[in-house]
Design a protein around this ligand. Structure first.
Ligand SMILES: Cc1ncc(C[n+]2csc(CCOP(=O)(O)OP(=O)(O)O)c2C)c(N)n1
Ligand code: SF4
Ligand SMILES: [Mg+2]
Length: 290
């Protein structure tokens, strides 16, 4: 018998930005009518990474920084599934940074949502790779994951939203979900998601965000222009948000899942591995070992 486990109430602090991120993901899922049995959420370790417990979908709580290889594995096992990896800035850009870069390069059709609060929320507010100089004694200027993603030629959808502007964040997540449903490749959406307990940045971010799409002549299909505009916005002391880059359809290379499994229904997880169906193949494999 299959047991249906109901989502639990979120355990986040009241006002945590992650509520806005979850609302954006839920709205995107509802808009695209993705049935819960076809949706897999892979959470990282951190306050943010618990999100899969609060939604009606399959969930996997990965090791710290290892949610991306797990999510790619799920997609390759059954490409019919919509796979969304969700974690924090500490999980994704510190211990998980190597996986982040290589997952951008691999380009499997999964969504990656990073809830960036510029701190390690779960472990009580230490500096993370995105913390500003001076935060909790931090001496190092922050990394910018959007610039990192733009520098990787295979990265095909790159966006940044803010949980304080829910309509825009929802539109970005929905576009990312649609992008991966069409098997176009990896969709990366960082959402600025304030930690009201250890780094309350709501007012600062509300004042500082700038939608790159509103700059005259901005073209999200032009990677070079996207890079220089993002830098320009950052150099003016603002935070670039919006649909920053998407590879035009004419330039898309096949995603990893499409290249390996053109037939979406033929994933190894749904293959018939019964003895009756495969005896001849198994015998051939055994003979090859002799
Ligand atoms: C291998 C390993 N190292 C360290 C930790 C301790 N740890 C738990 S959560 C976390 C960071 C969480 O920060 P972030 O990913 O930004 O998530 P947030 O809580 O801010 O949402 C760390 C370092 C761990 N659980 N596992
Ligand atoms: S500690 Fe911060 S990140 Fe964690 S639930 Fe509370 S507000 Fe959110
Ligand atoms: Mg964090």
């Amino acid at each position: 018998m299959v047991e249906h486990v109901k989502p639990i109430q979120p355990t986040w602090c009241p006002g945590c930005g992650d509520f806005g991120v979850m609302a954006a993901v839920k709205k995107g899922v509802l808009e695209l009518k993705i049935p819960s049995e076809n949706l897999v959420l892979v959470g990282g370790i951190g306050c943010s990474g618990g999100i899969h417990n609060f939604m009606d979908a399959y969930g996997f709580h990965a090791l710290h920084g290892r949610l991306l290889p797990t999510a790619v594995g799920v997609k390759l096992a059954n490409p019919k599934l919509t796979v969304v990896a969700l974690g924090g800035d500490g999980d994704g850009y510190a211990i998980g940074m190597g996986h982040f870069v290589h997952t951008l390069k691999k380009n499997a059709s999964i969504v990656y949502v990073v809830m960036n609060n510029e701190t390690y929320g779960l472990t009580k507010g230490q500096a993370s790779p995105t913390s500003l100089v001076g935060f909790e004694g931090n001496l190092e200027p922050p990394v910018d994951a959007v610039l990192t993603a733009l520098s990787i030629p295979a990265a095909s959808f790159i966006a940044r939203g803010f949980s304080g502007t829910p309509k825009e964040a929802t539109a970005l997540v929905t576009e990312a979900l649609r992008f991966t449903q069409e098997r176009k490749g990896f969709a990366f959406v960082e959402i600025l998601s304030p930690c009201v307990t250890y780094n309350d940045t709501y007012d600062l971010w509300r004042e500082r965000i700038e939608d790159v799409g509103k700059r005259p002549g901005y073209d999200p299909a032009d990677r070079g222009k996207a890079f220089s505009t993002v830098l320009d916005v950052m150099n003016s002391g603002r935070i670039p948000v919006g649909a920053i880059y998407r590879t035009p359809d004419s330039q898309l290379r096949p995603s990893l899942d499409k290249a390996l499994m053109p037939d979406v229904a033929a994933g190894p997880a749904v293959a018939d591995i019964s003895l009756a169906k495969n005896a001849a193949r198994y015998e051939k494999m055994l003979a090859a070992l002799e």
